[in-house]
Design a protein around this ligand. Structure first.
Ligand code: NAD
Length: 294
């Protein structure tokens, strides 16, 4: 059993922390929201007042925070995790953030003799609850090897993507594919409607043809062909349009700083930005089809 500090008990962090408790670990939770911490204690966790205390007490510290800004603050700010963790502590940031912040935090942690991983996830709140998340992990082999058993209580697929920041790089590249492909699939269904081609017919053909992709076969943006997809429940999320926009912006910031040509990624970010501005930030990202339909 490890003593695990868990900072950020939101939609993702809370079920992830609950799975660590179920696996027999002592989980010491921190969140700026008291209600979130209470949910953790109700599940058998321990409430801790600050991330400073969690860092000083933990064998392992996991963070699941909204963005790079909070991650920088919690790790590197006054009373931060890096300054207060004991040498040898394993730090795992599971938030989706920019590669630059992930690498800066990892360098500061390493300089203090800490083991640091960036380990963003795919699989959403359902995957977090079912402990079936995919972890994309950046950091040293030593840190990765030590983290495997802990991550295994929260996820099913755990991939070492390379050195510090490479987990975040994998996450933003993957979600750029997803944003672009969801728009492509949506445009195809809208065109099919105009051409008098039935949704189910297009699905049956494209899901067995070269247009096949996850946005079509697992998350189809029209009701019917994939009963579990958000299109069947008025695009209740799921994965919100605001989160997709956040990840597309991260991909575009990275493309800007590296000089990579991501013309479709840029266009996808523009389309999602307009969708979010239309008041649909909290709608599932596959609802983009309604925006495309006009
Ligand atoms: P969320 O907003 O529900 O949770 C974030 C939590 O962090 C909140 O409870 C908030 O109170 C807490 N927090 C913020 N600042 C804090 C601080 N300084 N100290 C302590 N706690 C603090 O967000 P979420 O949906 O759980 O997502 C978390 C991360 O996971 C994000 O980076 C997101 O992009 C990523 N992600 C989310 C999903 C999803 O489907 N929700 C899927 C994959 C990845």
């Amino acid at each position: 059993m490890a003593r695990i500090g868990f900072v950020g008990l939101g939609n993702m962090g809370l079920p992830m922390a609950q799975n660590l408790i179920k696996a027999g670990h002592q989980v010491e939770g921190v969140d700026v929201s008291r209600a979130s911490v209470e949910k953790l204690t109700a599940a058998g966790g321990v409430a801790v007042a600050t991330h400073k205390i969690a860092a000083a007490r933990g064998d392992v510290v996991i963070t699941m925070l909204p963005s790079g800004k909070e991650v920088r603050e919690v790790y590197l700010g006054a009373g931060g995790i890096v300054e207060n963790a004991n040498p040898g502590t394993l730090l795992i940031d599971c938030s989706t953030i920019d590669v630059e912040t992930a690498r800066a935090v990892a360098a500061a942690a390493e300089a203090r003799g800490l083991l640091m991983l960036d380990a963003p996830v795919s699989g959403g709140v359902t995957g977090a609850a079912a402990a079936t998340l995919t972890f994309m992990v950046g950091g040293s082999t030593q840190a990765f090897t030590r983290a495997l058993s802990i991550l295994g209580h929260m996820g099913k697929t755990i991939v070492h993507a390379g050195g510090p920041g490479n987990g975040q790089a994998a996450k933003i590249c993957n979600n750029m594919i997803l944003g672009i492909s969801m728009i492509a699939v949506s445009e195809a269904f809208v065109l099919a409607e105009q051409l008098g081609l039935d949704h189910q017919k297009l699905f049956d053909i494209s899901s067995k043809s070269s247009g096949q992709c996850w946005a079509l076969t697992a998350y189809c943006p029209v009701p019917g062909p994939v009963p579990a997809s958000p299109a069947n429940r008025d695009f209740a999320p799921g994965f919100t349009a605001a989160m997709m926009l956040k990840d597309l912006k991260l991909s575009q910031d990275a493309a800007g700083s590296t000089g990579a040509n991501t013309a479709l990624g840029a266009e996808a970010a523009r389309i999602y930005s307009r969708y979010v501005e239309s008041g649909e930030a909290g709608r599932d990202f596959s609802g983009i089809i309604r925006f495309i339909r006009g």
